[in-house]
Every structure is written in structure tokens, then in C-alpha cells.
Ligand binder design. Structure first.
Ligand SMILES: *[C@@H]1O[C@H](CO)[C@@H](O)[C@H](O)[C@H]1NC(C)=O
Ligand SMILES: *[C@@H]1O[C@H](CO)[C@@H](O)[C@H](O)[C@H]1NC(C)=O
Length: 349
């Protein structure tokens, strides 16, 4: 038998080797269903330790999609930006400008930390969020990404970035003629969509909403399960889709979205029983994604049945398999959709 000789990696051209590294560094966002979630950036991070050249090759792959599911992921990201600021000042070889490298950013459900009680030290005037999350560092990077997804609970992070970027924009430019300090045009909102005022009530928030061309809604975050098989009476005519658009759509400030081209929203209709518990844990559930090509323009629009949008060609429905996650609480278990995975894998287009 012939012994297999080791693959002559060293004989490949440098260009090819770097391409292989870049490919190997691509994050995998599909979850494996293991109990211990794997860091999607693990391969890229290990490759960054190989050498400076390899690090420079793989960083763009790592940065393409930034996933910040929890508060500590955001603070870790801000720490990395702070390190980059120091590297840039020192002209260190490890410096790498993140802004403009990112295509998409996802913020999970991240609640604003309460302001800290003043303490007897030099930190007396700063709050936890001011120290951990420096918007002057975060804003240029977050706002340079063309596509942003965030939970409604995390909107404070967006306001913080907009406010930080807007103040220097207004001070140094003619805000009417100079383009706004962000490149985001695809906005995805997750959760319960109810608090628009913080955005609509400020100049920067209004300018931001006005610039969005594609808006997506992923809701609800959670489906309740019932002891008996049940269905939502709104959705009892599934085949003909003679059911209305969700109620919350009437509270969206449509008049603020001046450049909207399409909107999409998921039409959740989940029928679950407790017996479904075990088989659902690893399963994909089909959800319908409705895209409207002629979004509402003002507060006075008349919602129609979904079938009417489809028949007239103003809308399209596609079915998407989304993984469900189970959560347990003492009184019931809940099922939520893994929107993060579906979004990062590009299923929700
Ligand atoms: C978020 O932070 C947690 C805990 O620090 C870590 O285990 C996880 O890998 C991080 N996720 C990402 C996507 O970086
Ligand atoms: C923005 O949305 C459009 C339409 O779905 C898509 O073609 C495009 O790739 C998205 N851009 C980004 C950066 O995700």
C-alpha cells in the first residue's frame, strides 16, 4: 500500500494560500444544535494568531457580518475599537480600520443598563453605559454598515450612534446638502414594534428613517404554546390568505419613511401543542415572509387583506424555514424563532 504523502501546502503560491485562509475564516452561522453554542468567529480568530499577513487577510471575512447578541458582546466590540484607536495612534502593524468593512450588523435584545448610583470616586459622573459603550467609537463603525438588524429593545444603541454622529455632522456640514453620516439602508427590526417616538422626535432619528429604503419586521419574537392544539382565528383561511395585515402595522409612522421601496414582514401562524415539544426542538418551522413592493406612504392608508396584495402583484409571499428555540420557565415553556440565525444565513430576503 502506498503511504499518502502530506499535502504540499508550502508549494502553493502565496496568493492561493491566502485565499484558502480567507475561505477558512468565513464564519458559520448555522447552529449545530449542540448544547454549547460555538462562536461563529472561532476559526477566523485562530487564524488571526498565525501571522500579521494572515490576520490582515482574514479580518475582512470576520468583519463582514457582525453579530452582537448580548450586552457583553457589544462591550467587547467597543473594547476592540478602543484598541484599534490606540494601534492607529501608535501606527502599530495591528491597526485595521473596521469602518466600511462591515456589510451587516445584528444587535440582539440588549436592554439599556440603568444609570449607576454616583460613587465616591473620579467615576462619579459616568454611568455604566457611558464607560462601557463609547458611542464616539461605535457610531462610525455601526453606521458604515449598509444593513442593520436590531431588536426594538436595543434601539437605544441606534439612538446613541445617531446622536453621536449627527452632532459632528451638524457642526461641520450643511446638513441639508451633505449626505447623512450613515450608509444604512436596509433596516430590520425585531420584536414588538411599539416605541417610535424616540426616533421620530429627533432631527437625526427622522433623517435616519427618511433614508431607509428597505424595512423588515421580524415578529413576534416568541410564540406561546398551549395545552391544546390551537390556532389564531385571524389565520383560519390559510389557503386563500383572506386574513388582514397584523394590527401593529397601523402604528408604524409610515410618513417618516420617505424613501421606502419595499417592506417585508413575517406572518407568524404557529400551531403548537405540548406534545410538539420534543419534535420541535431541533426542527425548522415554516414561516411566511410577506414582501410589499408599494409600502404605505402616510398614516391614512387602508390595510387590505393579504390576498389582495398578492393578487394585484403588490405583494409576494415566500415560505422560509426558521429554527425554533425552546425556553423553559416554571409555569410554561415558550417557543421563539431563531431570527438571528435566519437573518445571518440570508434566509429573510
Ligand atoms: C458573546 O459573548 C459570549 C460570552 O462572552 C460568548 O460566549 C459568545 O461567543 C459571544 N458571541 C459572539 C457572536 O461573539
Ligand atoms: C439590502 O436588501 C436588498 C433587498 O433584499 C438585498 O438585495 C441587499 O443585499 C441588502 N443589502 C445588504 C447589505 O444586506
Amino acid at each position: 500500500m502506498q503511504a499518502t504523502s502530506p499535502f504540499p501546502f508550502g508549494n502553493l503560491s502565496t496568493e492561493l494560500v491566502l485565499l484558502i485562509f480567507a475561505h477558512a475564516a468565513r464564519p458559520t452561522f448555522v447552529k449545530t444544535g449542540d448544547d454549547v453554542p460555538k462562536n461563529p468567529y472561532a476559526s477566523a480568530l485562530s487564524l488571526c494568531r498565525v501571522s500579521k499577513v494572515v490576520r490582515r487577510t482574514v479580518l475582512p471575512e470576520l468583519l463582514r457580518t457582525i453579530l452582537l447578541p448580548e450586552y457583553n458582546n457589544v462591550t467587547a466590540f467597543v473594547r476592540a475599537l478602543r484598541m484599534q484607536q490606540v494601534f492607529a495612534l501608535q501606527e502599530n502593524d495591528l491597526r485595521f480600520d473596521y469602518a466600511g468593512r462591515i456589510d451587516r450588523i445584528w444587535f440582539g435584545q440588549i436592554c439599556e443598563p440603568p444609570p449607576q448610583a454616583p460613587v465616591h470616586s473620579s467615576f462619579a459622573s459616568s454611568t455604566a453605559s457611558e464607560r462601557d459603550i463609547d458611542f464616539s467609537l461605535l457610531a462610525p463603525v455601526v453606521l458604515s454598515a449598509p444593513s442593520l438588524a436590531l431588536d426594538f429593545e436595543s434601539l437605544w444603541l441606534l439612538y446613541g450612534c445617531l446622536e453621536s454622529a449627527w452632532s459632528s455632522h451638524v457642526n461641520t456640514n450643511d446638513p441639508i446638502r451633505v449626505p447623512p453620516p450613515w450608509r444604512i439602508n436596509n433596516l430590520t427590526l425585531v420584536g414588538e414594534f411599539n416605541r417610535w417616538r424616540p426616533l421620530t422626535s429627533t432631527a437625526e432619528g427622522s433623517a435616519f428613517l427618511a433614508s431607509i429604503s428597505r424595512l423588515s419586521f421580524l415578529s413576534p419574537a416568541r410564540a406561546q404554546t398551549h395545552l391544546l392544539p390551537t390556532y389564531d382565528p385571524c389565520f383560519d383561511d390559510l389557503e386563500h390568505r383572506k386574513y388582514p395585515l397584523p394590527e401593529w402595522m397601523t402604528s408604524v409612522p409610515w410618513e417618516s419613511f420617505k424613501h421606502l421601496q419595499t417592506i417585508s414582514l413575517v406572518l407568524p401562524r404557529i400551531v403548537l401543542t405540548v406534545a410538539a415539544k420534543t419534535c420541535l426542538s431541533e426542527e425548522n418551522v415554516d414561516v411566511e415572509l410577506l414582501t410589499l413592493f408599494d409600502p404605505p406612504r402616510s398614516a391614512y392608508w387602508e390595510p387590505k387583506d393579504i390576498s389582495a396584495y398578492i393578487e394585484s402583484g403588490e405583494g409576494r409571499v415566500v415560505s422560509v424555514g426558521v429554527r425554533t428555540k425552546l425556553g423553559y420557565s416554571p409555569i410554561q415553556f415558550t417557543v421563539s424563532f431563531d431570527w438571528e440565525e435566519a437573518w445571518t444565513c440570508g434566509l429573510l430576503k
